[in-house]
Design a protein around this ligand. Structure first.
Ligand SMILES: [Zn+2]
Length: 295
């Protein structure tokens, strides 16, 4: 598990939430895919600090060992690289007595088995580090592009001009309890027929589409002929074309944004494993937003 961000060692409180979510996600996926995935631990860096556990680290490790008694913390300190006991600069740390809670002691010499012998591991690691250093800057600028341009500009514009999503107005609570609704004037009772207009900001484009749909519906019912009348079929085809034409522009926009996003992801994916939590969140957040856009 990678938590924390590129510049800081500190394990911020929001990352605990990430970790808890991650644990749930692994568990759910394991059930869904009938896999045996489970939590093995976490890792973070101690640049120049060495392999000691801060109270915060103990707290975190207690959480992991609570989920899995064998959970391990991997700590990386570049200053320890090439040292005798930690030739990759990585130590395995585990609490000896987690039942003591915050007073637990730990061992920082848990034996780590690597997939290759020492020399080959060092060579492989150097190769990977070189590759990361060479490409990370470009990858980070792609991520910045996704956040600053694709999300904040293009996606926002798509929603503004052709949005179909109703955005919840702030500070309004919905309740189905009449008494509560009467007492608190910012509560809204659920059975209000105009509830949508009150709690959502309805995008202009959606209003336009809904109006058009209503008009089509009314025209069709006014025809007053048999259901299978050719006149109905003709009209229906006409209305369908009109609505499709209205949706052509946003569809075109959507495709353009998606293509651009895919292009960026192709560049990011070789280094995806080396992104920090915040960087991954940017990608996740964008995917979530685009998924919500109704085509
Ligand atoms: Zn630490």
């Amino acid at each position: 598990v990678m938590v924390g961000d590129r510049a800081y060692v500190e394990y911020k409180s929001k990352h605990y939430v990430d970790t808890a979510q991650f644990n749930t996600a692994i568990f759910e996926r394991a059930i869904q895919d009938d896999k045996e995935d489970f939590f093995v631990g976490w890792w973070h860096t101690h640049p120049g600090i060495g392999f000691i556990f801060s109270p915060r680290d103990i707290e975190t490790q207690l959480f992991y060992q609570g989920v899995n008694p064998f959970a391990i913390a991997l700590v990386f300190d570049h200053c320890q690289k090439e040292s005798k006991s930690y030739y990759l600069g990585i130590a395995g740390i585990r609490l000896k007595n987690p039942d003591r809670g915050m007073f637990a002691t730990y061992s920082n010499s848990i034996e780590l088995k690597y997939e290759h012998p020492k020399e080959k591991m060092i060579k492989n690691v150097d190769k990977v580090v070189k590759e990361i250093n060479k490409n990370m800057k470009d990858v980070l600028s792609e991520i910045k592009y996704i956040d600053e341009i694709l999300r904040k500009k293009y996606l926002a514009q798509l929603q503004r001009n052709f949005g179909l999503i109703m955005v919840l107005k702030r500070d309004i609570k919905i309740t189905d309890d009449e008494i509560e609704a009467e007492n608190e004037d910012y509560y809204l009772y659920e059975w209000d027929p105009d509830i949508d207009k009150k709690i959502y900001r309805i995008p202009k484009f959606r209003e336009k589409i809904e109006k058009e749909l209503k008009k089509c519906e009314e025209n069709l019912s006014e025809l007053n002929v048999e259901k299978n009348d050719p006149e109905i079929k003709k009209k229906k085809a006409k209305y369908k074309k009109k609505l499709n034409d209205m949706l052509a522009k946003p569809n075109e926009w959507y495709t353009k944004i998606m293509n651009d996003f895919t292009k960026r992801i192709d560049k990011i994916s070789p280094l995806f494993d080396y992104l920090d939590t915040d960087e991954r969140k940017i990608i996740e957040h964008f995917e979530e937003r685009i998924r919500n856009i109704v085509r």
